[in-house]
Design a protein around this ligand. Structure first.
Ligand code: NAP
Length: 328
């Protein structure tokens, strides 16, 4: 494993997105198995773990799977050696829409719940999960500054941040990381890179393999029938989406063959080699895939190769899921 920086802390250059153990990818994983797998990720070298207050799901026995609890339990004995990020401000509705609330009162309630579920005294990185248009960045940043002073969080970050919001928030309380959607199929946040470089902010890439699509392991026969599986409504997995992405999958397969890697590894290596402050957090519930993804940092794509790939990507026209809509 290689390492990167968030604030003054060193974290594994590939983090583990833990959401899928509880939420959005079909039935949640049984508690013991999920905790064993997350702990095994630490043994493989992962030290950066991503969860959120709203990552919950219902197990077959009707019990709720709280993702923060799984992460906290799994990493209890190595707490001082890992960097745990969680998020506030979003609730998932049954119709797959999101409700947003970043009011100071709500943040205060959320942090107490997250600390308890994680079983920690301080959260390493606390993200605003989505910008709440009814609350100013200055208001949110002021609460974050207070939480840092109180020792409840070490750093804060913003997910799906844009430049204006980020700059206004940063002016009140420095932001350590932005966590935005980023993959070969979703590059719209590249325009933020100069701002991140100016302010010294890490870029944590969520859904770095376009929800698994860039692993090249799905074809038109893929079915996501479970109502808990959000891939059933993601455009990249539709027949049309697959047709439009065929050229990209072909490119990934060619690069993978050239580098003796897998398409998943190439899709992660592309962003790791692009900028030294990008940290992908691929999600997987399978040990062999955790190993495969962790090894992505070993594959080098040169600056010239990245430019060539980007030039090819610029000519392609994909269908890709852009995130759940906010409830009106
Ligand atoms: N801030 C936000 O709003 C936000 C939104 C979405 C996600 N996130 C975070 O980002 C993390 C990652 O995003 P994501 O899970 O949506 O997308 P992702 O990492 O692009 O893809 C995850 C999917 O890929 C599959 N997969 C992983 N590695 C694979 C491999 N080597 N070969 C084949 N399939 C593989 C996983 O299936 P298996 O589990 O079956 O391996 C899972 O279905 C989440 O866990 C969460 O922590 C944040």
């Amino acid at each position: 494993m290689q390492y990167r920086k968030i604030g003054k802390e060193t974290v594994s250059s590939v983090g583990l997105g833990c959401m899928g153990f509880s939420h959005a990818y079909g039935a949640p994983t049984q508690k013991e198995e999920a905790e064993r797998t997350i702990r095994a990720a630490y043994d493989m070298g992962y030290t950066f773990f991503d969860t959120a207050e709203c990552y919950t799901g219902v197990l077959a026995n009707g019990a709720v799977s709280y993702n923060e609890e799984l992460v906290g339990n799994a990493l209890r004995d190595v707490r001082d050696k890992v960097f745990i990020a969680t998020k506030f401000g979003v609730t998932h509705n049954a119709d797959k829409t999101l409700s947003l609330d970043s009011s100071p009162e709500r943040i205060r309630r959320s942090i107490e719940g997250s600390l308890k579920r994680l079983g920690v005294e301080r959260i390493d990185l606390y993200y605003q999960h989505r910008i709440d248009p009814t609350v100013s960045p200055e208001t949110v940043a002021t609460v974050m500054a207070d939480l840092i002073k109180e020792g409840k969080i070490k750093y804060w970050g913003i997910s799906e941040a844009d430049e204006e919001y980020l700059r206004r928030a940063y002016a009140v309380c420095p932001v350590a990381a932005v966590q935005n959607r980023f993959s070969m199929m979703a590059r719209h946040h590249e325009k933020l890179f100069p701002v991140l470089e100016e302010l010294g902010i890490a870029f944590v890439a969520f859904s770095p393999m376009a929800n698994g699509f860039l692993t090249g392991r799905y074809d038109a026969r893929a079915r996501f029938d479970d109502k808990e599986d959000y891939r059933g409504v993601m455009s990249q997995f539709t027949a049309e989406g697959m047709k439009k992405s065929a050229e990209l999958i072909e490119l990934l397969n060619r690069l993978a063959a050239e580098k003796n890697a897998t398409p998943a590894q190439i899709s992660l290596a592309w962003m790791l080699c692009k900028k030294p402050y990008i940290i992908p957090i691929p999600g997987s519930r399978k040990l062999d895939r955790l190993k495969e993804n962790a090894k992505a940092a070993e594959f080098i794509l040169t600056a010239a190769e990245i430019i060539e790939i980007d030039n090819r990507l610029n000519t392609m026209d994909f269908l890709v899921f852009g995130g759940s809509p906010v409830k009106k």
